[in-house]
Design a protein around this ligand. Structure first.
Ligand code: URA
Length: 194
């Protein structure tokens, strides 16, 4: 059986070769990279964003642009180090002009996220934004509890193999400064779960 790191590398290669993706041509035309995810293969917390932005697609690293700086601030405020967690997103290629991911794109990339969760076996999945929240809730038997992110952020849900904590997307603070305090409070919840 493959170790966790090798198992992750194997599916990262599959994403790299995902020529059937509607985002593949855009990736190649722009010399972009897919953003598979990064962090500890033994992480207790996985953060799941939406899709890579431009900086992420250029570097191949998740959350390294403006939203990433905000994520770093939030992790620091909760006393969580970036190295100890795993950071990824549902859609692993940049959608043109940072538009919302389309349902067919989510459907195509989500099985890779499922595999990442299966390999890493985190205690907590923290979703960043409504797309990852809704996907994870549907996929892991919590569809009956789906409400708006305004209603569910910072709450803790029990999925079969992990706890889910829906969080606002860090980029939301760019447009709404008041959310920063809310996000800081919600990030603290992550440190109270065992
Ligand atoms: N937004 C995301 O959801 N993921 C990133 O990596 C960057 C911005």
């Amino acid at each position: 059986m493959l170790g966790k790191e090798e198992a992750l590398e194997k599916i990262a290669k599959e994403v790299l070769n995902l020529t059937t993706s509607p985002l593949y041509e855009y990736r190649v035309e722009n010399n972009y990279l897919p953003v598979f995810g990064e962090g500890s293969a033994n992480a207790e917390i996985i953060f799941v964003g939406e899709a890579p932005g431009k900086n992420e697609a250029i570097t191949g690293k998740p959350f390294c642009g403006r939203a990433g700086k905000m994520l770093d601030t939030l992790l620091e405020s909760a006393g969580i180090s970036r190295e100890e967690v795993y950071i990824t997103s549902i859609v692993k290629d940049r959608p043109p002009k940072n538009r919302d991911p389309k349902p067919d794109e989510i459907a195509l990339y989500a099985p890779f996220l499922d595999k990442q969760i299966e390999i890493i076996k985190p205690k907590v999945v923290a979703t960043l934004g409504r797309f990852s929240m809704e996907y994870i809730m549907r996929r892991y038997g919590l569809e009956g509890e789906i409400k708006t992110i305004g209603e569910l952020h910072g709450k803790v849900f029990q999925a079969p193999n992990f706890k889910l904590v829906p969080l606002y997307h860090p980029a939301a603070t760019v447009y709404n400064q008041r959310l920063l305090g809310t996000l800081k409070e919600d990030f603290k919840v992550l440190t109270t779960l065992d």
